[in-house]
Write a protein that binds this ligand. Structure first.
Ligand SMILES: Nc1nc2c(ncn2[C@@H]2O[C@H](COP(=O)(O)OP(=O)(O)O)[C@@H](O)[C@H]2O)c(=O)[nH]1
Ligand SMILES: [Mg+2]
Length: 208
């Protein structure tokens, strides 16, 4: 369930950017934070784990309306992607309402992408959540490397590897350029707000 802050009349929705190390999670958050309007965003907080960081900031969602008269505050988190940070990832997933899975388009990262999405499914399951039902969006990052000396995977291959069963909305992106970053954010926020509204409505019904 999302956190309801009655003193501020806000409902907090938590979105986690998940994916293998160096796929571009931090770059996504930095781009969003840099482009967002001062008056709606909070400070970017960085929690250091050795060699990698967990980033966090929140913003007030103004364009998706309200839930039961409450404002919607969206919290964005990244997790450290490296395999050995599984404990941190589990902590960050606590209370998650939606996930952006950032895949690395680099061909050499094919196996890491698949391992990471399996790790996500497992860590969600430990929290009683199902990867097939939680609001989820997949982003295929680093598309700007197409046509360079780095080999990248065609979108069809990435779709087949990561989205053939889940069939969730997916977006090609370049987080360094900012392409696809807000498209991804808009879609996951929309899905989360829809899902959270439904849950809050359901809780209301139970109280009656
Ligand atoms: N070419 C390219 N590089 C990227 C892109 N996104 C991130 N990177 C680079 O990949 C590296 C890892 O990015 P980072 O955001 O720290 O990855 P994280 O470990 O998932 O947080 C950095 O050097 C980024 O500049 C992208 O869209 N295109
Ligand atoms: Mg990072």
């Amino acid at each position: 369930m999302p956190f309801i802050n009655f003193s501020k009349d806000e409902i907090q929705c938590k979105i986690v950017y998940y994916g293998p190390g160096f796929c571009g999670k931090t770059t996504n958050l930095q781009y969003i934070h840099a482009k967002m309007n001062e008056d709606i965003k909070g400070k970017m907080v960085s929690i250091d784990t050795q060699g990698d960081r967990t980033l966090f900031f929140d913003f007030l969602s103004l364009n998706l309306g309200k839930i039961r008269g409450f404002d919607i505050r969206v919290q964005l988190y990244t997790v450290p992607g490296q395999v050995h940070y599984d404990a941190t990832r589990k902590l960050v997933l606590k209370g998650v309402d939606g996930v952006v899975f950032v895949a690395d388009s680099l061909k050499v990262q094919r196996k890491q992408n698949i391992e990471s999405i399996i790790n996500l499914a497992k860590n969600l399951a430990e929290k009683g959540l199902n990867i097939r039902t939680i609001p989820l969006v997949i982003q295929y990052n680093k598309r700007d490397l197409d046509g360079t000396e780095f080999e990248i995977l065609p979108l069809e291959v990435l779709e087949k590897d990561l989205n053939s069963v889940l069939k969730v909305p997916s977006f090609p992106a370049s987080a360094v350029r900012g392409d696809g970053v807000f498209e991804t954010l808009r879609e996951i926020t929309k899905l989360v707000v829809k899902d959270v509204s439904r849950k809050v409505m359901f809780e209301d019904q139970k109280m009656k």
